[in-house]
Design a binder for this molecule. Structure first.
Ligand code: PHE
Length: 337
């Protein structure tokens, strides 16, 4: 019996098997328990001998079991350590890092330039009321200039904003007549255009507004020249051309000279001479008054530029759709701007 048990202990490869051996030989229904239980039937002089022998066998089996369990556990531990060994000399796998979207990068650059000139950043809703998008900007219903901006209407009175200019009015109203009002507002705008290489039904604009006593057209020109130089190189020139917007008077379109310095050095653009980058002007007295500023006391300038256009000029991008299609080969070229 003892030999049989010890042989099984030796052959066991898992702790679980040893548990079974233990139950089989030492358990309540095992042979040793049975012998001890049956002692009463033995002659008195044989009892101590049989008892001693049975206990001795039990002790030996228990010892062997424990020794084998320890041995197996040790082996398991070693195997586990072997499997989980880390080779610290292996080169690591590179982690793929995201890059800045070029539009976000350019917005941040523009924000930095204007923050440096004392502007604050304002925001406004993308779903806008007819009042802020048109009415308060001197574009009454039936005004022909509304045709210039074919709009996405949600209801008769609510639409997706067609420009960031409504934020001019919202900011002035919120400032309640205090000066200076000196903000830029980046944001999405929407127009019912057919998408092609240079048009998109959704794009980004940055609005600028500066209202105070004695703000003049030359302030506008100075600020925009500084902006053009920081954005496209220190030799940059700008040109103001007369234009028309119902909410500015006088109005001007602003061109930059055609040597554009961007992320990859300087390029001469395809067309000769000048290239248009934004619309601007002196805030119309009617708009100031409607927004709570006395036009006899205060003057202001405003401008609005398309972010995609600036980014395309700066980085030599030839199709606006690249910004929206999320092709990693395009996006990864900009790194962390
Ligand atoms: N809102 C005009 C546009 O979308 C741009 C503009 C802004 C013009 C501010 C003048 C003043 O074209």
């Amino acid at each position: 019996l003892k030999d049989e048990a010890l042989a099984q202990i030796g052959a066991a490869q898992e702790v679980r098997q040893l548990q079974e051996v233990k139950v089989k030989y030492l358990g309540k229904k095992g042979p040793i328990t049975e012998v001890l239980r049956g002692m009463g039937a033995l002659p008195a002089e044989e009892r101590p001998k049989v008892g001693q022998l049975a206990n001795e066998i039990r002790r030996q089996i228990e010892e062997e079991l424990e020794a084998r369990i320890r041995e197996l556990e040790q082996k398991q531990l070693e195997e586990k350590l072997q499997q989980e060994k880390v080779d610290v000399t292996l080169p690591g796998r590179p982690v793929r890092e995201g890059t800045t979207h070029p539009l976000n990068g350019v917005i941040e650059q523009i924000e930095d330039i204007f923050l440096g000139m004392g502007f604050k950043i304002a925001e406004g809703p993308e779903v806008e009321s007819d009042y802020y998008n048109f009415e308060a900007l001197n574009l009454p219903k039936n005004h022909p200039a509304r045709d210039m901006q074919d709009s996405f209407y949600i209801t008769e009175e609510i639409l997706l904003r067609t420009h960031t200019s409504p934020v001019q009015v919202r900011t002035m109203e919120a400032m309640k007549g205090q000066v200076p009002v000196k903000i830029i507002c980046p944001g999405k705008v929407f127009r019912r255009d057919t998408d092609d290489a240079t048009h998109s039904h959704q794009f980004m604009q940055i609005e600028g507004l500066y209202v105070d006593e004695g703000v003049s057209m030359s302030d506008l020109k100075g600020i925009l020249l500084q902006f053009a130089r920081e954005m496209f190189g220190q030799n940059q020139q700008i040109r103001l051309r007369p234009s028309f917007f119902p909410f500015t008077e006088p109005s001007a379109e602003v061109d930059i000279s055609c040597i554009l310095c961007g992320g990859t050095g300087c390029r001469v653009c395809k067309h000769s001479g000048w290239i248009e980058i934004l619309g601007s002007g002196m805030v119309h007295p009617w708009v100031l008054e409607r927004a709570g500023y006395d036009p006899n006391k205060y003057t202001g300038f405003a401008f609005g530029m398309g972010v995609e256009r600036i980014a395309m000029l700066k980085y030599g991008i030839d199709d606006i759709r690249h910004f929206y299609t999320n092709d990693g080969r395009f996006l990864s070229q900009f790194g962390r701007i």
